[in-house]
Design a protein around this ligand. Structure first.
Ligand code: IPE
Ligand code: IPE
Ligand code: MG
Length: 239
């Protein structure tokens, strides 16, 4: 079964361990991780993905050594600048989620430029999470909600609009062997199917994405209901 209109989210983990295992500095793992992202973005539409949300830098990643943080900021700026023309050519719209007020000015400029240049692209939406924390997003949406005149106006749909409009995640993939969410898309993943793989992110291939999507296609999403094929119900009442 070919799936379409999938929202896939990826926690791109394992860059550091990938590099260390090869006797390389962690920065080399992040560089290879950026190349993996380019491959996966190119492969995503053919796998039925139309929204791809990737975790590039968590708000907790500020705790890392300053040199690693600086390297990551520079790499993200380089990625955005370097990939804009490729994204334009491939119909990929880039949007960046997360806080911007703590990012270096040069990165914020690249973010603005990449978003502006690819605004009209509609084949794939690539959402890159930078300085992102799902709990902080939920908190700030809650703060915005306090401006509503009446608490009853705060429906689930309204809250989702305040969170920043997107669809629920269908498949969440985490590479690198850990099985946790690390504060990523907590609301949007309420009914996401989780796929964990031991593969380190720099080794992740389009075939791995296709495999995850195929695995998703075989899962039954029940959303709390009891699965009951309609014909079974019919048979019962006709007898
Ligand atoms: C993911 O790889 C990239 C970021 C968090 C920025 P890591 O840097 O966390 O790699 P490991 O988990 O240490 O191997
Ligand atoms: C999550 O990975 C963040 C990104 C992949 C950007 P981490 O490596 O920071 O997560 P923890 O610390 O293992 O939970
Ligand atoms: Mg990690």
């Amino acid at each position: 079964m070919t799936q379409s209109n999938l929202h896939v989210a990826i926690i791109m983990d394992g860059n550091g361990r990938w590099a260390t295992a090869r006797g390389l500095p962690r920065a080399a793992g992040h560089q290879s991780g950026a190349e993996a992202l380019r491959r996966i973005v190119e492969a995503a539409p053919a796998c039925g993905v139309d929204i791809l949300t990737v975790y590039a830098f968590s708000s907790d990643n500020w705790k890392r050594p300053p040199l690693e943080v600086e390297t990551l900021m520079a790499l993200l700026a380089w990625y955005l600048e370097n990939e804009t023309s490729r994204c334009l050519a491939n119909g990929v719209r880039m949007t960046i989620i997360g806080r911007r007020d703590r990012l270096p000015d040069s990165l914020v400029e690249r973010i603005d430029a990449a978003e502006r240049a690819t605004r009209a692209c509609a084949r794939l939406e690539l959402r890159i999470a930078i300085d992102y924390s799902a709990r902080d997003e939920i908190l700030s949406a809650s703060r915005r909600a306090t401006h509503l005149a009446d608490a009853e106006q705060l429906t689930r749909q309204r809250f989702e609009e305040l969170l920043g409009e997107t669809r629920p995640v269908d498949v969440l993939i985490r590479t690198g062997g850990e099985q946790r969410l690390s504060d990523f898309l907590l609301w949007e993943c309420a009914y996401a199917e989780l796929v964990f793989t031991n593969r380190m992110w720099p080794d992740f291939q389009p075939a791995d994405l296709a495999h995850a999507v195929r695995e998703f296609a075989h899962r039954e999403r029940r959303y709390g209901a009891v699965p009951q094929p309609p014909e079974v119900v019919h048979d019962h009442w006709l007898r």
